[in-house]
Design a protein around this ligand. Structure first.
Ligand SMILES: *Cc1c(COP(=O)(O)O)cnc(C)c1O
Length: 403
């Protein structure tokens, strides 16, 4: 086989479709959030980043940097092993305690990322529970789909955020059979939110466990930042909550929180937990400091929500097609892969504003968009420039305005 030819052809197809991925080469400027230095054709320029998942700017918070610096000096760079063989650092233990407390669960378990947390937990539970059926929301994240697939459990897909459809699918199975309902709280491409309480009620009525991905909600919703389940007062109805330390908490790593026995089962059987080196102690220390700051800071959450609401209002007033979002994520519809890429390029080149285009397969074809993530650190001046920049690009490319 001509391997080079095969790869070149496959990449050529992506390019022809306008969904070949080009990464912005950025140096984030600590202390000047949301600014970054962009490297491009041997030149540099300062850009304003409007699409980071460091939703609260915690990746540069002084308390986080201090904790990481101290832990780095104190414990060194790497963890030195897997959790089982010399790699359980005291910071991991403290962090798991903090996460269990945050979600009011008996236990928590750390993974090297949110992706690995989903993949490993779902594959381990789905394969371990005898004859398990997994009910999965149709818009679940790739990491959950991969975990479910890997478990080889029987799978049913329910219509997005539709408890009635879930109920009808669950009704086809015997109540005594092992079942797990797997869904997210905030869906990060559309910015819609699951009816967690209703979904949990339906699951409970059929004897199913619930697994909730709160990756885009931890730190940002609920009076202690434990997520949408906390905001909605339904935390105790969720059996397994999964989260990341890499988005609102600004560092890296993933976790689940659940009953002590369930956590122990995944700890004892999950290959993506067992056979890999644990997180560097400095990351665990930074994440711990971040959670402790964010838990106490309701003003930060309020400022975040205010920025998102203000941006949605201002974009609508400018006639730009903001998609209906009920959270901090602000998607703006382009509806074509090449044009979304071009809009992003022009924003960068003409206005020094960076918003990555989102194309298939991350979103459905025909719904290509710019996904904007305002933070408490994007001030009015930055917002003025964003609205002006988008308006300019929309008229230059003659893009669809709001209906
Ligand atoms: C980003 C994301 C993950 C993965 O989290 P990482 O810590 O970045 O690996 C899992 N689930 C959802 C819904 C996500 O958007």
């Amino acid at each position: 086989m001509d391997y080079d030819h095969f790869f070149a052809d496959a990449l050529g197809e992506l390019k022809a479709e306008g969904r070949y991925r080009i990464f912005a080469d950025l140096e984030r400027q600590s202390g000047a959030f949301p600014m970054a230095t962009r490297h491009w054709q041997n030149q540099t320029e300062t850009v304003t980043v409007w699409c980071s998942n460091d939703y609260l700017g915690m990746g540069q918070h002084p308390a986080v940097l201090k904790a990481m610096t101290e832990a780095l000096q104190h414990c060194g760079a790497g963890a030195g092993g897997t959790r089982n063989i010399a790699g359980t650092n005291h910071y991991h233990v403290l962090l798991e305690r903090e996460l269990a407390d945050l979600h009011k669960k008996e236990g928590a378990l750390l993974f090297t990322s949110g992706y690995v947390a989903n993949m490993t937990s779902l594959s381990t539970l789905g394969a371990g529970l005898p004859d398990c059926v997994i009910f999965s929301d149709s818009l679940n994240h790739s990491s959950m789909i991969e975990g479910i697939r890997h478990s080889r459990a029987e799978k049913c897909i329910f219509r997005h955020n539709d408890p009635e459809h879930l109920d009808s699918l669950l009704s086809r199975y015997d109540d005594s059979r092992a079942k797990m309902v797997v869904f997210e709280s905030v869906y990060s491409m559309d910015g819609d939110v699951a009816p967690i309480g209703e979904i949990c009620d339906v699951a409970q009525a059929h004897g199913a466990m619930t697994f909730l991905d709160e990756v885009h909600a931890v730190g940002m919703y609920g009076p202690r930042g434990a997520g949408v389940a906390e905001r909605d007062g339904v935390m105790d109805q969720v059996d397994i909550v999964q989260g990341t330390l890499a988005k609102a908490f600004g560092v890296m790593g993933g976790y689940i929180a659940a009953s002590a026995k369930l956590v122990d089962f995944v700890r004892s059987n999950g290959s993506g937990f067992i056979f890999t080196t644990s997180l560097p102690p400095a990351l665990a220390a930074g994440a711990l400091a971040s959670i402790q700051v964010v838990r106490e800071d309701n003003d930060l959450r309020a400022r975040h929500q205010e920025r998102a609401a203000t941006l949605k209002r201002r974009l609508s007033e400018a006639g730009l097609p903001v998609m209906p979002s009920v959270c901090h994520i602000v998607p703006v519809l382009v509806g074509d892969p090449r044009l979304s890429k071009q809009a992003s390029d022009e924003l960068l080149e003409r206005h020094s504003i960076y918003v990555q285009p989102i194309n298939y397969p991350t979103v459905a074809r025909g719904t290509e968009r710019l996904r904007i993530t305002p933070t408490p650190l994007h001030d009015d001046d930055a917002m003025d420039k964003l609205v002006a920049g988008l308006s300019d690009v929309w008229s230059r490319l003659d893009l669809r305005k709001a209906a």
